[in-house]
Design a protein around this ligand. Structure first.
Ligand code: ASP
Length: 325
């Protein structure tokens, strides 16, 4: 996605754009759930969050549920072959296979997830079916594919000529080295609160480009890539999944909000925890976004370059995330 690369180069560090309602370093001191909440609202990771938020907003502004909104929202990049890190057109693994991960979580802590799923364009909708139609939370690989087919999903070729070409180029050197903020891993994580004040979240990805066959990252793991607690708030992650999984990152962000931190501070504290536990974060990007029951939001990442999209009654914009290094 050249546009995103250009955006990263051009984007300025504008403090006024960067926060939710609380400045960094200041803990949220109010009582969660009191006062007039900013709702409905939807936030999502990266610039592909803008068109995704538009789709979610259509649902939210028509009094639809946060759950329907996040599913409709993330289906947009899943179907877009130009988004090379999610769904159809996503980068393949090192064997040239596109394998997808996704999860979804609702206001009642119901959740569904699929991982290592091939041939299905909308893993988020399969994850929702896992949540609603099975007694389980997670299905993977062939079992997830069989389940999807049994639910009427179509088997499709997900490897586009552009992604195949990039994979063949990659094969010449076959280096497995993450490059931060370059378009080899940009999950969409989306969080919404509906007019009722209920929260939901969705997260979907093709994972790290040219990963080992069978590798699954944080994105389909409830608590790591996504977590929703309707009493407190919701969080989702992007970046190198291995680092997020080690800290169960999104759950950590929600628990930090439960302790009274603003979404912005909760994301920062979780990033600081990851930095403290990793030996070297030079080549490591992780970003979190979070939303609380008041409709306040925030984002934080390790390195400059992560952005997230926000849509509410007053706002429709892409925000440069605050960063640590
Ligand atoms: N977290 C995803 C993964 O590790 C990729 C990303 O968000 O950048 O699979």
């Amino acid at each position: 996605m050249n546009s995103r690369r250009n955006f990263i180069k051009l984007s300025a560090w504008g403090t006024t754009l960067l926060t939710g309602l609380y400045p960094a370093g200041k803990a949220f001191a109010g009582t969660l759930g009191k006062g007039a909440a900013n709702k409905p609202i939807v936030i999502s990771t990266w610039n592909h969050g803008m068109p995704a938020n538009d789709a979610a907003w259509k649902v939210l502004s028509g009094n639809g549920s946060a759950l329907d909104a996040v599913e409709a929202g993330v289906r947009v990049p899943e179907a877009d072959p130009e988004v090379r890190t999610v769904g159809y057109g996503g980068f393949p693994d090192r064997e040239g296979k596109v394998t997808l991960d996704a999860c979804i979580m609702d206001k009642d802590s119901n959740c569904g997830s699929v991982a290592f799923l091939q041939h299905i364009k909308h893993p988020i909708s399969v994850a929702r079916k896992v949540m609603e139609e099975t007694p389980h939370v997670m299905l993977v690989g062939e079992g997830a594919l069989d389940f999807a087919l049994s639910q009427g999903f179509k088997k499709e070729k997900l490897l586009t000529p552009a992604s195949e070409k990039d994979w063949k180029n990659w094969l010449k050197e076959s280096k497995y080295k993450p490059v931060i903020n370059i378009e080899n891993h940009d999950t969409i994580g989306m969080l919404a609160m509906d007019a009722n004040g209920d929260l939901a979240g969705a997260c979907t990805t093709s994972g790290a480009a040219f990963k080992m066959h069978g590798r699954v990252g944080d994105s389909p793991i409830i608590g790591a890539g996504l977590f929703v607690d309707n009493e407190v708030g919701a969080a989702t992650a992007t970046g190198l999944g291995e680092a997020v999984m080690r800290m169960v990152g999104s759950h950590l962000v929600v628990e930090l909000m439960r302790q009274g931190n603003s979404p912005q501070d909760a994301c920062r504290l979780a990033v600081e925890r990851i930095i403290a536990k990793q030996k070297d974060v030079k080549d490591l990007q992780v970003g979190f976004i979070a939303l609380n029951k008041q409709g306040e939001y925030g984002g934080y990442c390790i390195h400059k370059g992560f952005d997230y999209a926000v849509r509410d009654k007053a706002t429709n914009k892409l925000i440069d995330s605050k960063y640590k290094l």
